[in-house]
Design a protein around this ligand. Structure first.
Ligand SMILES: Nc1ncnc2c1ncn2[C@@H]1O[C@H](COP(=O)(O)OP(=O)(O)OP(=O)(O)O)[C@@H](O)[C@H]1O
Ligand SMILES: [Mg+2]
Length: 503
C-alpha cells in the first residue's frame, strides 16, 4: 500500500520530471488530474483552462473523461470565482455557498459534496491560466493541508505551462496553438521537405509514420501535425510502446472494465478513448508486442474496439500518428511486425533527417536557439558562442542528434557566468553518450522532505556522469550561484568545480 504522504510526494516528483522534459501538455494535465484525485483521496479532479478570448473556462481533463468538455463563463461557479479572483477556495458545504453553481451538477448528473479549487499561474504575479478543482474526498471534507498541497501542485503546473512550446508566446491567457511550426528551427533543404509533408499530413486525417534516428524530432513533429490539424483543440495522447509490458498493452490502448482482471477495481478508459476527437501518438511503434498488433490493426481498419472485459463495441474518432527509429521492414521480414499493420501505418511516411544531414549552418542555428531558450529559462545573460565553441560543435558528430545538441547547450548556458559559451562548458568528449529515452526521477535523499526542485536523470548513466549532471542541475536550481550550489550539495566549491568539469 502506498501511504498518502509518499503518494503526494511522488506526484510532485512526477510533475517535475514532466516539466524538465519536453512537455506534452495533455499528458501532463491528464497525469496531474488522475494522480491528484488519488493523492487527495478525492473522487474527481478537473483541470479548467481559461479561454480568454471567449471569457470562458473549458474543462480540459476530468477524471471522468467521457463526455464533451464543459464550458463555464469566468465568474460563474466556484471554478469561475477562482478564475476571476485568483484566490484558492475550500468549501465543505457547497449548497450553502452562494458562489456554488448547481448547473454543472445538473448537466453531469453528479452530486458535489465538497470542493477544493486553486488557480494556475505561470508566475506568481502572472495572469491566471486555469483552475484545478477537486471534488468529494472519501473522508467527507478537505482540510487546510489539502489546500496547501493543491496550491503547491498548481505552482508546478503553472511552471509546466510556462515551459511548454504548445502555447501562445504573446502572454495572452489561455492556450493557443499557433503558427505552422511553432518553435521548430531549421531551413535546410531536407527539413523544408519535412515541413511540406507535415503540412500536407496535418490537413488530412491520414495515418502518419514518422521515422528517424533518436533525437531527430519525431515527438516534436508528431505534435506539430496535431497542432496544425483541425483536431488542434482536441486531445493529443501519447502511448510509449517501449514502456508497455505485453500484458498491459491492450488495456492501456483500449481500457478495461471493472473486474476484467485481478486488481481491476474500477473501469479505466484506454488511450484510444482519451484521444477521441484528437490525435493518438503511438511512439516507438516498432516495440508494440506482436500479440497486440492484431487488435491495433482492427482499430485502424474499423475504428472500433472493446474494452478489456467489456462486451460492447465502442467507436472512436481518432487520428493516428506513429513514430519509430527501428528498421520496420526488417521486423516484418523476421516476423516481429505484422505486414498488414505495417502497410496500414505507412499511409504517409515522413523521414526526419539526422543532424549531420542538416548541414553546419543549421547546427549553429539550432545551437543558438537552444542557448537563447535555456538562458531565458534559467534567467542567465544573453548567450554568445565563441568561435572556438562553434568549431567544436561542428567537429562533434552528435549521434544523439538534436537532443544531444540541446543537452550540450543547456549545460553550456548553466556553466557560463557571463553568457560567453566556450569549449570548456561543453561536456567532455568521453561523456557524449547515446541518449536514453527512459528517465527515472531521483528522489531526494531524505524523501520525507519536499525540496523545491527535483532532478531527473537518465537510466544507466555512469556514476561520474550522473554526479556531474546532478551538480549541473543543482547549480541551475541555485540560479548559477556556485556557493549556494556547493552548500546544497554539502561539498566545498573546489569539489563542485571538479564535479562540474566531470572529474
Ligand atoms: N527542428 C527542431 N527545432 C527545435 N527543436 C528541435 C528540433 N528537432 C528536435 N528538437 C528538440 O530536440 C529534442 C528531441 O526531439 P524529440 O524528442 O522530438 O526526438 P525523437 O526523434 O522523438 O527522439 P527519440 O527517438 O529519442 O524519442 C526535443 O527537445 C525537441 O524539442
Ligand atoms: Mg521521441
Amino acid at each position: 500500500m502506498v501511504d498518502a504522504v509518499s503518494e503526494r510526494l511522488s506526484l510532485l516528483v512526477d510533475l517535475a520530471s514532466l516539466v524538465t522534459r519536453e512537455v506534452e501538455l495533455d499528458v501532463l494535465l491528464g497525469a496531474a488530474g488522475e494522480r491528484l484525485a488519488e493523492a487527495l483521496g478525492a473522487d474527481r479532479a478537473t483541470i479548467w483552462l481559461i479561454d480568454s478570448a471567449a471569457g470562458a473556462l473549458i474543462s480540459r481533463i476530468g477524471s471522468l473523461p467521457s463526455g464533451p468538455p464543459l464550458r463555464l463563463p469566468v465568474g460563474r461557479g466556484i471554478a469561475g470565482f477562482v478564475a476571476r479572483e485568483g484566490t484558492p477556495v475550500r468549501i465543505n458545504d457547497p449548497r450553502s455557498d452562494e458562489r456554488f453553481d448547481a448547473s454543472v451538477d445538473r448537466a453531469t448528473g453528479y452530486l458535489t459534496k465538497a470542493i477544493l479549487a486553486a488557480p494556475i499561474r505561470e508566475r506568481d504575479d502572472g495572469p491566471i491560466r486555469g483552475v484545478v478543482q477537486i471534488l468529494n474526498p472519501a473522508s467527507g471534507s478537505f482540510d487546510d493541508d489539502d489546500l496547501r498541497y493543491l496550491c503547491a501542485l498548481c505552482t508546478q503546473l503553472g511552471r509546466a505551462l510556462a515551459l511548454t512550446t504548445l502555447r501562445a508566446d504573446s502572454g495572452a491567457a489561455g492556450l493557443v496553438l499557433r503558427g505552422p511550426f511553432n518553435r521548430i528551427v531549421g531551413t535546410s533543404a531536407p527539413l523544408a521537405d519535412v515541413y511540406l509533408r507535415v503540412d500536407r499530413a496535418a490537413k488530412s486525417d491520414a495515418t502518419v509514420l514518422l521515422r528517424g534516428a533518436t533525437g531527430t524530432g519525431k515527438g516534436l513533429f508528431a505534435r506539430a501535425i496535431h497542432a496544425n490539424s483541425k483536431r488542434q483543440t482536441g486531445p493529443f495522447v501519447v502511448v510509449d510502446c517501449t514502456t508497455l509490458p505485453k500484458e498491459l498493452v491492450e488495456s492501456e490502448l483500449f481500457g478495461h472494465e471493472r473486474g476484467a482482471f485481478t486488481g481491476a477495481d474500477r473501469r479505466v478508459p484506454g488511450k484510444v478513448e482519451l484521444a477521441r476527437g484528437g490525435t493518438l501518438f503511438l511512439d516507438e511503434i516498432g516495440d508494440l508486442p506482436l500479440e497486440s498488433q492484431g487488435k491495433l490493426l482492427r482499430f485502424l481498419q474499423e475504428r472500433v474496439f472493446e474494452r478489456v472485459g467489456g462486451r460492447t463495441t465502442q467507436e472512436a474518432d481518432v487520428r493516428i500518428v506513429c513514430a519509430t527509429h527501428q528498421d520496420l521492414e526488417a521486423h516484418v521480414a523476421t516476423g516481429r511486425f505484422r505486414a498488414d499493420l505495417y502497410y496500414r501505418i505507412r499511409v504517409v511516411e515522413i523521414v526526419l533527417p539526422s543532424l549531420a544531414a542538416r548541414g553546419g549552418d543549421e547546427r549553429l542555428l539550432l545551437a543558438e536557439h537552444f542557448a537563447a531558450l535555456y538562458a531565458s529559462r534559467y534567467d542567465r545573460p544573453p548567450p554568445v558562442l565563441t568561435e572556438a565553441a562553434r568549431s567544436h560543435l561542428l567537429a562533434h558528430d552528435f549521434p544523439g542528434n538534436v537532443r544531444e545538441l540541446e543537452h550540450w547547450m543547456e549545460s553550456a548556458v548553466v556553466l557560463s557566468d557571463d553568457g560567453i559559451l566556450d569549449v570548456p562548458s561543453f561536456p567532455p568528449a568521453r561523456h557524449s553518450l547515446r541518449v536514453e529515452r527512459t528517465q527515472v526521477p531521483v528522489k531526494p535523499r531524505n524523501s520525507g522532505e519536499v525540496r523545491g526542485e527535483e532532478v531527473v536523470l537518465e537510466r544507466d548513466l555512469p556514476l561520474d556522469e550522473a554526479a556531474r549532471r546532478y551538480a549541473v542541475a543543482t547549480l541551475a536550481a541555485s540560479k548559477g550561484n556556485q556557493s549556494e550550489a556547493a552548500k546544497r550539495l554539502q561539498i566545498g566549491r573546489a569539489r563542485l568545480a571538479r564535479l562540474l568539469r566531470g572529474e
